[in-house]
Design a protein around this ligand. Structure first.
Ligand code: BEZ
Ligand code: FE
Length: 288
């Protein structure tokens, strides 16, 4: 057999004809065709081929249980947001989804309505509240709201080795009116980890690593689609060039500043200036 050009591509595609699942055949055939078309389009050199192998090898080697460089790669190439869009078609009236990111941790602490999730993390206090609703505007009671965010220095707790326990992450359940509320810190814009292969790629591409300030949410309730999203800060200079393409206009909210000594809902009177943001999270019904 002497395979060249399109014959080579066809032979590799045909090699998956005996796939155990039809979906394996479909996905691998398309992957091979697109990979080959890509190499032809850019006239991939052997040096570039070995550079890519080295890049992917190092992407794996730098990954561990705290750092997932392949997720960062998918995020910065827009693949995560593309998949989010394919898996979560917009539902009229429901909150839009965005990228999950690599910093969610299972088993976060539970807080009461109005409780503190910062747990000593540096930053300006910020009351985050709203309601979990269905698309008819009705409250969803006992929805599970999981939340996580970076501190004032732009770090998630899992990036700080010296910490004894979780910071800026928690879960809570909504009350009978669908309310959720917690004290956190005001989010700041921060760079995604850029000291590895993904950072090299960003610099080589003349791109920056910054994400606009945001708070992560994952909301689940029986009978509704799980919502994975962020609330972004209005006015953030990086809203237009998020390194992972996660911003949607509908997810941008105003963070209001309040003077020290003014009493906030949920019985707290901070002795420092604080912020608040209110954002309703609307879940799509599962039957849709
Ligand atoms: C995040 O927002 O936590 C995140 C998302 C994608 C890549 C890196 C961080
Ligand atoms: Fe984040």
């Amino acid at each position: 057999m002497d395979l060249h050009g399109e014959d080579l591509t066809d032979a590799v595609v045909a090699s998956f004809d005996g796939s155990l699942e039809p979906r394996t055949k479909e996905v691998m055939s398309a992957l091979v065709r697109h990979l080959h078309a890509f190499a032809r389009e850019v006239h991939l050199t052997e040096d570039e081929y070995f550079l890519a192998i080295d890049f992917l090898t190092r992407t794996g080697q730098i990954s561990n249980d705290k750092r997932q460089e392949f997720v960062l790669l998918a995020d910065t190439l827009g693949l995560s947001m593309l998949t989010v869009g394919l898996g979560n078609p917009a539902t009229e009236g429901a909150t839009e989804s965005t990228v999950f990111g690599p910093f969610f941790v299972e088993g976060s602490p539970e807080v009461e309505l109005g409780g503190d999730i910062a747990n000593g993390a540096p930053g300006h206090p910020c009351l985050v509240s709203g309601r979990v609703l269905n698309t008819k505007g009705e409250p969803i009671k006992d929805a599970l709201v999981e939340t996580w965010e970076a501190d004032e220095d732009g770090f998630y707790d899992v990036q700080k080795s010296e910490l004894g326990g979780p910071q800026n992450r928690a879960h809570l359940t909504t009350d009978a009116e669908g309310n959720y509320a917690f004290w956190a810190v005001k989010p700041v814009a921060y760079p995604i980890p850029d000291d590895g292969p993904v950072g090299e790629m960003l610099r080589a591409g003349g791109r920056g690593p910054m994400r606009p300030a945001h708070i992560h949410f994952m909301v689940t309730a029986p009978g509704y689609h799980r919502l994975i999203t962020h609330v972004f800060e209005q006015g953030d200079p990086y809203l237009g060039n998020d390194a992972v393409f996660g911003v949607k206009d509908s997810l941008v909210a105003e963070f209001s500043e309040h003077p020290a000594g003014s009493t906030a809902p949920y019985g707290k009177t901070p002795d420092v200036p604080y912020y608040s943001v209110t954002y309703d999270l609307v879940l799509a019904e599962e039957s849709r």
